[in-house]
Design a protein around this ligand. Structure first.
Ligand SMILES: C[S@@+](CC[C@H](N)C(=O)[O-])C[C@H]1O[C@@H](n2cnc3c(N)ncnc32)[C@H](O)[C@@H]1O
Length: 350
């Protein structure tokens, strides 16, 4: 088993050179590959109606693998590091279903985290070409006994504590009414979705469903009370940012195509069964929503704080630069939505 290779893929990202021998389609040359990525990008971002057809074209599935798999897999590592340590340990102990897995992007990212021989990973993927692509990756990495690939959730015989992961797939409407909840008593529900307003709305609906079904949000919210961003007419939404970097040959593709894959906006949510949450959760903490904006002489941001009445409320916060040590300033610059940050009263600005 090539666990070390997988670990490097899940942190620094795989290079194009490493992925090309595993692609289900042999592109004639770089121009041929660039054309397919460009077409795929257009359909994924601008004209999502024909999205199902994309995954029936070997060239586009291969282009997805060589460009999107390569630039998605490292995201989990970044968001994972913002989770509480006890959440990380708990999630690493589970078996996982990667629903709408594509080439297995997040199953591989999760496997790289646990590396535990006992955990099993199930890829549920409707497109037969994506499944073939996923099999090629699995056979190369050598995890045949730990990784099963199926076309439908109902094919799985689960018996151990298992989490379900959606990566850029819930937004395709694949489980619009949260039907997946009736399949199994999931030990965790995790979503890493595009960071746009449409996804946010979909996830808020799911958040309410999960709260009604004995799950509780573990990240990013600090309380299951209603989301204060969910207001009629509110133009803003809560999402995270990731700054990624890739091997030179992947960077080259994105530069030629002028597709920025370095600055990723995502919505990353983790839900745990509420029985588990009540024994592990710490006190509600203020979390940052929206970025931290450096202004002349100060930083400003929006906190989501739990009031004494138990409501989540948006509260603008600011801190004067002259009140910060160099270390505090460095920390503040690296904060992103979902992070907790409290400031001493004497440091608050006017
Ligand atoms: C944008 S891709 C995401 C792939 C991968 N999770 C990632 O983030 O790189 C969405 C995938 O969901 C799959 N999909 C859509 N509807 C599905 C369904 N009902 N059951 C299983 N897979 C589905 C598509 O075939 C496609 O491969």
């Amino acid at each position: 088993m090539k666990l070390e290779i997988l670990k490097s893929w899940a942190t620094t990202g795989p290079s194009l050179e490493e992925l090309l021998p595993l692609s289900i389609y042999d592109f004639k040359n770089e121009a041929d590959l660039l054309k397919s990525i460009d077409k795929l990008h257009f359909h994924l971002t601008e004209s999502r109606e024909s999205i199902e057809d994309l995954y029936q074209d070997p060239k586009l599935v291969a282009a997805y693998f060589l460009f999107y798999f390569a630039t998605h897999i490292g995201k989990l590592d970044l968001y994972w590091s913002r989770l509480k340590i006890e959440t990380q340990i708990y999630l690493s102990s589970l078996d996982w279903v990667d629903f709408g897995s594509g080439p297995g992007t997040f199953a591989w990212a999760l496997l790289s985290k646990s590396g535990d021989q006992k955990s099993k990973y199930y890829l549920v993927e409707r497109s037969s070409l994506m499944r073939i692509q996923a099999e090629k990756v699995r056979d190369f990495l050598g995890f045949q006994s730990q990784v099963e690939i199926v076309d439908n959730l109902s094919k799985l015989k689960l018996s151990r504590p298992t989490g379900i992961f959606f990566g850029h797939s819930y937004n395709e409407g694949i489980e619009g009414e949260a039907r997946f909840l009736s399949h199994y008593p999931w030990s965790a529900v995790v979503l890493l979705e595009p960071g746009n307003k449409e996804s946010f709305k979909q996830l808020l609906t799911l958040r309410s469903i999960l709260h009604a079904k004995s799950y509780e949000v573990d990240y990013p919210c600090s309380s299951k009370a209603a989301c204060p961003m969910d207001l009629e007419g509110n133009e803003d939404w809560c999402h995270q940012f990731a700054r990624l970097s890739f091997p030179a040959d992947i960077e080259r593709l994105s530069q030629i195509l002028k597709i920025n894959r370095r600055d990723a906006a995502n919505i990353f949510h983790v839900y745990l069964p509420d029985t588990l949450k009540s024994s592990t959760s710490s006190l509600p903490r203020p979390i940052i929503v929206g970025g931290v904006w450096p202004e002349k002489g100060k930083y400003e941001w929006l906190n989501c704080e739990v009031t004494s009445e138990g409501e989540n409320k948006l509260i603008p916060r600011r801190i004067l630069r002259r009140n910060l040590t160099t270390q505090e300033e460095k920390k503040i610059r690296n904060l992103f939505p979902g992070d907790s940050f409290e400031i001493a009263d004497e440091k608050k600005g006017p």
